[in-house]
Design a protein around this ligand. Structure first.
Ligand code: GRG
Length: 293
């Protein structure tokens, strides 16, 4: 398959759906809707939504049924980026190749744009048609767990508290699992759930999501030290400067590359029981391992 063409087609599909789900930029109060749209349509890779859609297909579901969940996860991801970039957090000026939300709209509106994106994710999730095995309660539990104080926010807290401290490999892994892998895992789980996945199918995509999510962050750590800001669309070299908890800092670049390959193999193995239909998920895992931005 031509993965590049597939990705572009899916990105467009996700963008169209997000545009439908979000209030238009001129809806009052226009400032907040402009700010939400500014960050949401700044050119992200749409990795989480695409994984969600591909996981739906891998479990025999339909892309159209998974689209609301895919968009909900992108809104939560974008909220986390806006807040992470704030001066009181990571203090960054560049995101998705553009000035960060707070640089354009000010801190207060950026905080509110993040809050509003997190909130609208739940409204968007209610647009999906419920399936037999997973009611809206199960879906909301899934999202709240991943975005809450024991996963995404736990990872962010640990990351902030780790700055300047020397961490063990296990501690870095734990931060990455919470900060990055949790949202990626939930993205594939929600895709599977939209397709009324069996318990066995759901287990398979969960193991896949955890391995892929961790591999993704290890690769992200590597790119931070090997690529330019231009290529990444965000400030490169920041992790090193801020003495952040990263794999290269703890085990070095070469071992980090080996670890990313090992995790990708693990992700592949998790998909064995899903057969041919998981072909896109397999291709995505390889693509992410080889990515340069
Ligand atoms: C503020 C609650 C809260 C959490 C912030 C998002 C985040 C947690 C920190 C940002 C820095 C970071 C290294 C996050 C890990 C996840 C990650 C690599 C995000 C970037 O994801 P991509 O590359 O971004 O998919 P695009 O822009 O393509 O969507």
């Amino acid at each position: 398959m031509d993965l590049k063409r597939y990705l572009v087609a899916r990105q467009k599909e996700v963008d169209r759906a997000l545009d439908r789900f979000l209030p238009k930029a001129n809806v009052a109060p226009a400032t907040i809707h402009k700010a939400m749209r500014y960050s949401l349509f700044a050119g992200g890779k749409r990795l989480r939504p695409i994984l969600c859609l591909a996981a739906a297909e891998a479990c025999g579901g339909k892309v159209s049924a998974a689209l609301p969940y895919a968009c909900a996860m992108e809104c939560i991801h974008t909220y986390s980026l806006i807040h992470d970039d704030l001066p009181s957090m990571d203090n960054d000026d560049l995101r998705r190749g553009r000035p960060t939300c707070h640089k354009v709209f000010g801190d207060a509106i950026a905080i509110l744009a993040g809050d509003a994106l997190l909130t609208i994710a739940f409204e968007i999730a209610t647009r999906a048609r419920p399936v037999l095995r997973y009611d809206i309660g199960a879906i909301f539990r899934e999202i709240t767990e991943a975005a809450g104080s024991r996963k995404l926010i736990a990872g962010q807290v640990a990351d902030l508290e780790a700055e300047g401290r020397r961490l063990s490999r296990a501690e870095v892994r734990s931060i990455h699992e919470h900060k990055t892998a949790a949202l990626l895992t939930t993205s594939v789980r929600l895709g599977a759930m939209s397709g009324n996945a069996t318990a066995k199918q759901l287990r398979a995509v969960t193991v896949f999501g955890r391995a892929l999510g961790l591999a993704f962050q290890v690769i992200d750590d590597i790119l931070d030290v090997t690529q330019t800001s231009e290529k990444l669309g965000k400030s490169a070299g920041k992790d090193l400067a801020a003495q952040k908890a990263t794999y290269p800092a703890v085990i070095g670049l070469e071992k980090s590359r080996t670890e990313a390959r090992r995790l990708t193999t693990q992700a592949h193995r998790a998909l064995e029981s899903l057969g041919e239909r998981a072909g896109v998920l397999r291709a995505l895992a390889d693509y992410l391992l080889a990515r340069e931005y």
